[in-house]
Design a binder for this molecule. Structure first.
Ligand code: AMP
Ligand code: MG
Length: 337
């Protein structure tokens, strides 16, 4: 019998700590979209309209980006037999970010890894360990080079399929945060199943506190980061995973080079930056890259910080170290440029 790991509904715990009378202007929405539980909280006079619009936008984006919804742009591209299909500017922007991250990460992020994700059962919950020969055959259909797109059309070759699951929630978080700001909301916290987007500060002007989950204990944090106006996005090996009969654990982030769950030694990667889309693409890519390549990747860029968690160690980059509080007995080291 295979055992399914606990779903990471609350992979990041939000410690908003708002209980005083002055915070009574909190408005909230809970929804299930993009295969995860989402919770949005906003403060102030315009919070209610902003939350309604943000929830509607997230649902619209799911309809547009889902790999399984037969009405989505991605489904159309995957089932067009290699013909071009029309796409929105938003989908084009996500594809562009995926391509950029693939190039930056030595192809650690590959949206065409979808047939592998499916064959392991991560899309259906019918988990299995495929044979090496099956994985090797599927790996020959992975790669960015033959996928083409511009601002309004996308062509996926007939022998390939793509999935934007590694980036879609990050894009949705940016869209929701943008709606908050447009409505004049200066204090909101948006948690899209591990993709957290902080708008402004807490109502009292202090930074939001976002917990980084302990990969080994869903009820514990291994630290917290304190942020204002930032995305905090985590990819972890506990989010969607199963344990095979021989006791080996397998998870949903696939190394495109092997076709197997990325076994880089990292248990989770949290990326902190201004863009949810960028942070989401990076969290998946850096997870595949592993500690050393991830550190080199971070040193080559200046627009994100990260927290890497392995079984033995927590690594925190210097730009966020002052806003990171350790909550675990694991030793921690600051990565410097
Ligand atoms: P995230 O939770 O953002 O790290 O995204 C993980 C999801 O992205 C998985 O559930 C897959 O659908 C997809 N995925 C897995 N591995 C990769 C990869 N190497 N490149 C792109 N997408 C991936
Ligand atoms: Mg991601």
């Amino acid at each position: 019998m295979k055992t399914i790991c606990a779903a990471a509904m609350l992979s990041l715990l939000l410690l908003t700590g708002c209980t005083s009378a002055q915070d009574s202007g909190v408005h909230s929405r809970e929804l299930f979209a993009m295969d995860t539980y989402m919770s949005l909280k906003a403060y102030g006079a315009h919070a209610e309209e902003a939350l309604g619009e943000a929830a509607a936008k997230i649902n619209d984006l799911e309809g547009q980006l889902s790999v399984t919804d037969t009405g989505s742009e991605i489904y159309a591209a995957n089932h067009a037999g290699g013909s071009a299909v029309p796409i929105s500017a938003e989908t084009a922007a996500i594809l562009q970010e995926a391509r950029r991250t693939a190039a930056e990460s030595g192809n650690a992020l590959q949206i065409s890894v979808y047939p592998l994700v499916r064959t392991w059962g991560f899309t259906t919950g019918e988990y299995r360990v495929p044979a090496d020969s099956e994985l090797a055959a599927l790996c020959t259909h992975v790669g960015d080079a033959r996928i083409s797109f511009d601002s309004s059309t996308l062509t996926v070759p007939a022998d390939m399929e793509i999935d934007l699951g590694a980036l879609a929630k990050g894009f949705a978080g940016d869209a929701a945060a943008e709606i908050m700001r447009r409505h004049g909301v200066t204090s909101a916290i948006i948690n899209l199943g591990g993709n957290v987007q902080a708008v402004g500060t807490k109502p009292d002007g202090s930074k939001w506190t976002v917990g980084v989950r302990d990969p080994f204990n869903e009820n514990q944090l291994c630290g917290t980061v304190h942020v204002a106006d930032k995305a905090v996005v985590t990819s972890g090996n506990y989010e969607r995973c199963f344990t095979a009969e021989d006791g080996t654990k397998y998870w949903h982030i696939i190394d495109p080079a092997s076709g197997r769950p990325a076994d880089s030694g990292l248990c989770s990667v949290t990326v902190i930056g201004g863009s949810g889309l960028r942070c989401d693409a990076l969290s998946t890519a850096l997870f595949v890259e592993g500690t050393e390549r991830a550190a080199a990747h971070w040193r080559a860029c200046s627009d994100f910080e990260m927290v890497l968690v392995t079984a033995e160690m927590i690594y925190v980059t210097e730009g966020i170290a002052g806003d990171f509080s350790v909550g675990s007995t694991l030793p921690f080291e600051v990565l410097r440029r």
